[in-house]
Design a protein around this ligand. Structure first.
Ligand code: MN
Length: 489
C-alpha cells in the first residue's frame, strides 16, 4: 500500500489559557497514537497541531495541500473553536476532509464535573460551530460521530481513509488504451478531457503495433519465469503449453509498457488485435490480480474504476474485478444474474484455485486463448458503473449478494459469479436500467457503497445507490431531482 497519511488537526482558541491548550495538545497526540495502535486504521493518523488562529489554520491547510503523502485532513474541536477563523483555511483546502465529532472522555464524571471540566471538554459545543461553517461553505465532507476508543468508530474512520486514498490514487491515475472502443458501443465512451478535469485520470492511447513489437522483444527465459509464476499460482489444466506461453509473453509486454508509462489501468478490444495471435485472457487476468485495472472493449472508464477500487480495498482479501452482467436465471423465487466476461475476470474473487484452460473464442477471429476458469465466491459485494451523462459523470452503485455456485455449467469455460442484485432481481434490474448503468461494472467484495458515496462526494460527481430499500418510484424521483440539481451546479 502507498504510505499515505492523514492529518489530525484540532481546533481550539486562547480563551481558556495555556494549561487547557497544553492538555488539548497532549490528548490529541495520545488519541492519534492509540488509534494508530488499534490496527483499525489502514493509514497513519498524524496529529499535526492544535489550531487557534486564522493564520495557524491557513498554514496547516497550505502544508496539507502540497504534501503528496497527506491524503486527507481530519478535524475535531476539543474545546470551542470559533468558526470564522476556519474560513480562509477551509476555502483553500484541496484535500479530502472529515470532521470527527468525538470527545476525550467517554462519560460525564458526575461527582467531579465543574465549570473547568466544561470549558475543557466541550466538543458538543465546538463541533457544532465547526460544522456550521463547513455547511455554510458547502464543503464536501464526511462527518463521523462517536467515541474515539470504540472499534466501530475507528473502522468508520478507516473506511473513509480508504475512500480518500482512492481520491489520491485517482488524481495520479494513468490509463493505457490499446486500440479504441468497440465499434458502435455507447456506454463505454466518454469525455476524456472532462474526466481528467474532474477525476484526474490521464487516458491515452498506444498502438497495438507497439505492443506486438514489445511482445517480440520478450525473451524465452522471461517467458519461462512467468510460466513458473503461473505454475505456482494456478492449476494448469491443459496440454497446450504454447498457448499459455503466448499469454505469458503478452502479460510481460503489457506490464512492461504499463510500467514504463506509470499506468495502473489498461483497456483493449478484440476488434483491434492486429499482429496478435490471442486475445489476452490469462495475461489480463493475472495483471488484474497484481492490482492493475482492466476494461474490455476499450472501456477505459471501467478499467480506471477497477484500479481505483482495487487500491481502496487493498489488503482486504475479498477481491475486486472487472465484471459484466451476462445472462439471467429467472426461475421464480430463485432469480440471479450471471456475471462473467469472454475471459477477463480477476482471480482475486475466486472461490478455489483457478484452472488454466485453453478454449476457442466465438468472437475476435484469433487463436484459442489460455484463460483462468473459476467460480467467484459467495458474499456481500457491490457492482459499480461510471457513466458519462454528457456534461457530468454519474456513479451508480448497487448492493449485490453473490451466492455459492449452484450450477455446474460444464460447457462454459470462463470465470463467473452469480448474484442477486438488491432489492430483488426485477426491481434491481429496473433501477439499474433507469439509472443508465453499463453492462460492464467493477465488482468488489472489499469496498462498500458508503465508501463509493464518500469517493463520489470528494470527486464532486453524482452518486446513485441502489440498495435493499430502493423502489422504482423513489429512484425515478431522485434521478429527476438529481438531474435538475446537476444541471444547475
Ligand atoms: Mn464486455
Amino acid at each position: 500500500m502507498k504510505q499515505y497519511e492523514f492529518w489530525f488537526v484540532v481546533g481550539s482558541q486562547f480563551l481558556y489559557g495555556p494549561e487547557v491548550l497544553e492538555t488539548v495538545a497532549l490528548r490529541a497526540a495520545e488519541m492519534s497514537k492509540e488509534m494508530n495502535a488499534s490496527g483499525n486504521l489502514p493509514y497513519r493518523l498524524v496529529y499535526k497541531t492544535t489550531a487557534k488562529t486564522n493564520q495557524e489554520i491557513a498554514d496547516v491547510v497550505r502544508e496539507a495541500n502540497y504534501d503528496t503523502n497527506c491524503a486527507g485532513v481530519i478535524t475535531w474541536c476539543h474545546t470551542f473553536s470559533p468558526s470564522k477563523m476556519w474560513i480562509n483555511g477551509f476555502t483553500a483546502l484541496q484535500k479530502p476532509y472529515c470532521h470527527f465529532a468525538t470527545q476525550y472522555n467517554r462519560e460525564i464524571p458526575q461527582d467531579e464535573i465543574d465549570m473547568d471540566f466544561m470549558n475543557l471538554n466541550q466538543a458538543a459545543h465546538g463541533d457544532r460551530e465547526h460544522g456550521f461553517i463547513a455547511a455554510r461553505l458547502r464543503m464536501p465532507r464526511k462527518v463521523i460521530a462517536g467515541y474515539w476508543h470504540d472499534a466501530d468508530v475507528q473502522i468508520r474512520i478507516g473506511n473513509w481513509m480508504r475512500a480518500a486514498a482512492g481520491v489520491a490514487f485517482s488524481k495520479e491515475l494513468k490509463v493505457m488504451r490499446f486500440g479504441d472502443n468497440m465499434r458502435e458501443v455507447a456506454v463505454t465512451e466518454g469525455d476524456k478531457v472532462e474526466t481528467q478535469i474532474k477525476l484526474g485520470w490521464q487516458v491515452n492511447t498506444w498502438p497495438v503495433g507497439k505492443l506486438v513489437e514489445t511482445m517480440d522483444a520478450v525473451t524465452e527465459s522471461e517467458v519461462d519465469a512467468q510460466m513458473e509464476i503461473y505454475r505456482q499460482t494456478y492449476t494448469i489444466a491443459t496440454d497446450d503449453v504454447e498457448s499459455i506461453r503466448y499469454q505469458a509473453r503478452e502479460e510481460i509486454a503489457m506490464k512492461r509498457m504499463l510500467d514504463a508509462e506509470g499506468c495502473m489501468a489498461f483497456s483493449n478490444t478484440f476488434q483491434d488485435l492486429y499482429g496478435m495471435k490471442q486475445l489476452p485472457g490469462l495475461a489480463s487476468q493475472h495483471l488484474m490480480a497484481s492490482g492493475y485495472g482492466y476494461g474490455g472493449e476499450g472501456d477505459w472508464k471501467v478499467a480506471a474504476m477497477t484500479a481505483i477500487l482495487k487500491a481502496m480495498g487493498e489488503g482486504k482479501g475479498g477481491g475486486t474485478s472487472f465484471m459484466e452482467d451476462y445472462t439471467y436465471h429467472l426461475e421464480k423465487g430463485n432469480e440471479y444474474s450471471l456475471g462473467a466476461h469472454m475471459l477477463e475476470v480477476c482471480p482475486s474473487i475466486a472461490m478455489e484455485k483457478p484452472r488454466i484452460e485453453v478454449h476457442a473464442l466465438g468472437i475476435g477471429d484469433r487463436e484459442a486463448p489460455a484463460r483462468l476458469v473459476f467460480e467467484g465466491h459467495e458474499g456481500s459485494a457491490i457492482a459499480v458503473s461510471l457513466i458519462d451523462m454528457g456534461g457530468r459523470m454519474r456513479l451508480i452503485c448497487q448492493d449485490i449478494e453473490c451466492v455459492k455456485p449452484f450450477m455446474k455449467m460444464p460447457k462454459l469455460p470462463v470465470a463467473r459469479v452469480m448474484w442477486k442484485p438488491m432489492p430483488s432481481l426485477e426491481t434491481g434490474v429496473e433501477c439499474w436500467i433507469l439509472a443508465g448503468g453499463a453492462h460492464h461494472t467493477v465488482l468488489s467484495y472489499d469496498v462498500t457503497a458508503e465508501q463509493m458515496k464518500d469517493w463520489a462526494r470528494m470527486m464532486d460527481i453524482e452518486f446513485v445507490h441502489i440498495n435493499k430499500n430502493t423502489t422504482v418510484d423513489s429512484l425515478e424521483h431522485d434521478l429527476f431531482l438529481s438531474d435538475l440539481a446537476w444541471k444547475l451546479k
